[in-house]
Design a binder for this molecule. Structure first.
Ligand SMILES: [Zn+2]
Length: 299
């Protein structure tokens, strides 16, 4: 199952206890559904939980049944249909629309006045026209409607609720979308999918940890490269001295340092400083190695 369908399944656990919320949720569904016209209502969904919720939702909100529901064992897309004029009239008048006139849809703010109903409206909109990307792949939540004015007004509603949505057009769909993980978490929590919101938080923490580990590994490797690079240069210098005047030509301290480096070709500067007898500071060891290099260059 996709993350989107997990979210929808979680949203459908809401108990439909208050009628005002059922009306607002049905409103969101209708404004974000495939067809909501005075002649017919057509809702298409692939989500099993939403398909089971729809008939209960419409009974709770309008006390009526769909004229056509998909067969129980239907796989894939399921269609819910209302064409009965009386039923359409009941539904239209619940939102203050004149059922005899085709009109551009607007969000009737009276239906979504209280906080519970705003959340329910957006839940319906998401169930019918929403999707959210798996947080392991990225952060994107969108609501898609076929009505431009509904997109604009939902945007305003979200702003009023403290969200900062963005708008876009894709084909014949008007989109309201979010790209910030924090905003997506907040919105899902508001809609009633707090488990899914937590899933996004967890995915974010995991990604953060993986990035930090990566940075650490890269850093270690860069350091290791630097050590071997410097050590290789020092060993080359020591070999040049051996091939020339010999290590005996070196002052005792530098001779010891040369032998230490030959015996420990991959040690870091600080490890080498600790191995000296007596141990010396890192900068002292650095100074001795530089003297060795200078000596070899002077040959
Ligand atoms: Zn309510």
């Amino acid at each position: 199952m996709s993350f989107s369908s997990d979210v929808k399944t979680e949203l459908c656990r809401d108990g439909l206890s208050r009628r005002c919320c059922a009306v607002a949720e049905a409103y969101g569904v209708l404004l974000y559904a495939n067809t909501f016209s005075p002649r017919q209502i057509r809702i298409l969904t692939e989500n099993e939980a939403f398909a089971q919720r729809l008939p209960r939702l419409f009974r709770r909100a309008f006390a009526l049944d769909f004229d056509q529901t998909p067969p129980e064992d239907r796989e894939g897309k399921k269609t819910f249909l209302i064409t009965d004029r009386d039923k359409l009239r009941t539904i239209f008048s619940a939102f203050g629309y004149d059922p005899d006139r085709a009109l551009a849809h607007h969000v009737n703010l009276a239906v979504v006045e209280s906080d519970c109903d705003r959340a329910a409206f957006l839940r319906g909109a998401f169930l019918a026209g929403g999707s959210v990307t798996d947080p392991a792949r990225g952060y994107h939540l969108e609501l898609a409607t076929g009505h431009e004015s509904v997109c604009r007004e939902t945007h305003a509603l979200l702003l009023d609720m403290g969200f900062e949505p963005k708008d876009a057009v894709r084909g014949r769909s008007w989109l309201t979308y979010f790209k910030k993980s924090d905003a997506i978490e907040d919105l899902l929590t508001t809609l009633g999918a707090s488990l899914s919101a937590m899933g996004i938080m967890e995915a974010k923490v995991e990604k953060h940890m993986a990035n930090a580990m990566n940075r650490l590994t890269n850093c270690d490797m860069a350091n290791a490269d630097k050590v071997t690079d410097a050590a290789a240069q020092q060993l080359a210098a020591i070999r040049a001295i051996e091939a020339g005047p010999g290590l005996d030509a070196l002052p005792p301290v530098l001779q010891e340092t040369a032998l230490l480096r030959i015996a420990n070709p991959s040690c870091s500067l600080s490890d080498l400083a600790q191995l000296a007898f007596p141990p010396v500071s890192k900068s002292c060891m650095n100074h001795r190695l530089r003297k060795l290099m200078e000596f070899s260059r002077s040959l």
